[in-house]
Design a protein around this ligand. Structure first.
Ligand code: AQP
Length: 299
């Protein structure tokens, strides 16, 4: 089976865009591929954030994955920071990533312009190297990416090829390894058309967790009345009533399951522990190979 990895940042409340653009598709993917779905908490600190909010959002996002139908008996569900190999591999990859490649990233340019110089940490620039690590650690074949992430995936492929050339093949064999590629070069899995959900208040921007106005998005956990309220502001005549009803019908069972999962913290902890265990097994093999190929002394 081909392997697929993906994640959502716990930067706020999961909204309809995250659901239709990512999580809903993952539910179908888990039957076709070997899947690993994680909550990318390490990515969530690249812009200023509140510590208590991060832990809350991380748990909540994990519960949302489950409530939406990600099945822990099929997919590995885990928190990125629970698998230490992500950060370790990132450091190793960063030594082979020219800074010019990162300066080119459109998302860095946009986010840093919006945040202002004082709020731009180095991590915002190096974020795509962590994303490369997230993907390459698992020798992933396919990565579901929205159009805003295609440039980052291309960078991941470039980093993989560069490290394979610099340290893989015969050079790795010389270091006692098996030779061949250190990393599989992943392909993008483009979601179905129309998967970009726009903001309710600004038709030119996508729906986003971090947009200041709560009116701009429909959160998956919005109570029924709030959903209705937000949809009334849309300008689509009678269509909006039908749409609102359909939306409520779809979201209600998710919300019920979410409440059940949040009421059973031991269950959630267990899912995340098992998920991190399975992920670490795969990740550690890759990480140890890279350490070996790059000339680090065996522990
Ligand atoms: N509006 C959207 N329409 C369709 N898909 C979307 N995604 C995000 N917004 C939309 C998809 O959701 C997945 C997880 O995204 P993320 O958490 O990694 O970060 P993001 O893309 O930056 O999402 P947000 O909500 O806009 O978060 P913030 O505000 O923190 O930056 C991805 O697969 C993404 O394509």
């Amino acid at each position: 089976k081909k392997r697929v990895v993906s994640g959502v940042q716990p930067t706020g409340l999961v909204h309809l865009g995250n659901y239709l653009g990512a999580i809903k598709n993952w539910v179908s993917l888990q039957d076709l591929y070997e899947t690993l779905f994680f909550i990318v908490d390490l990515h969530a600190i690249t812009l200023p954030y509140e510590a208590p909010q991060l832990s809350k959002a991380t748990r909540s996002t994990a519960a949302i994955y489950l409530a939406c139908g990600i099945d822990s008996s099929k997919a590995s569900i885990f928190v990125q920071s629970h698998v230490r190999a992500h950060v370790e591999l990132m450091w190793l990859l960063s030594s082979s990533t020219p800074i010019g490649w990162l300066n080119r990233m459109i998302q860095f340019k946009e986010k840093s312009r919006k945040a202002g110089d004082e709020n731009v940490g180095v991590a915002l620039l190096t974020y795509p190297v962590l994303m490369a690590s997230d993907i390459l650690l698992y020798q992933s074949d396919l990565v579901p990416v929205g159009e805003d992430q295609t440039q980052h995936l291309e960078l991941t492929r470039e980093i993989a090829e560069r490290v394979n050339n610099l340290y893989g093949g015969r050079k790795w064999k010389k270091m006692g390894g098996r030779g061949g590629s250190l990393f599989k070069v992943p392909e993008a899995l483009i979601p179905p058309a129309g998967a970009r959900v726009m903001s309710l208040t600004d038709g030119l921007s996508k729906m986003s967790k971090s947009a200041p106005s709560d009116q701009s998005r429909i959160n998956l956990l919005d109570p029924k009345d709030e959903v209705i309220g937000e949809c009334q502001n849309m300008n689509w005549g009678s269509f909006k009533t039908t749409l609102t009803d359909a939306l409520i019908d779809h979201l209600q069972p998710i919300q019920v399951r979410y409440e059940e999962i949040m009421a059973d913290p031991d269950y959630l902890d267990d899912v995340l522990l098992k998920g991190a265990g399975k992920a670490s097994e795969i990740a550690d093999v890759t990480l140890n190979n890279v350490y070996q190929a790059m000339g680090f002394l065996r522990r």
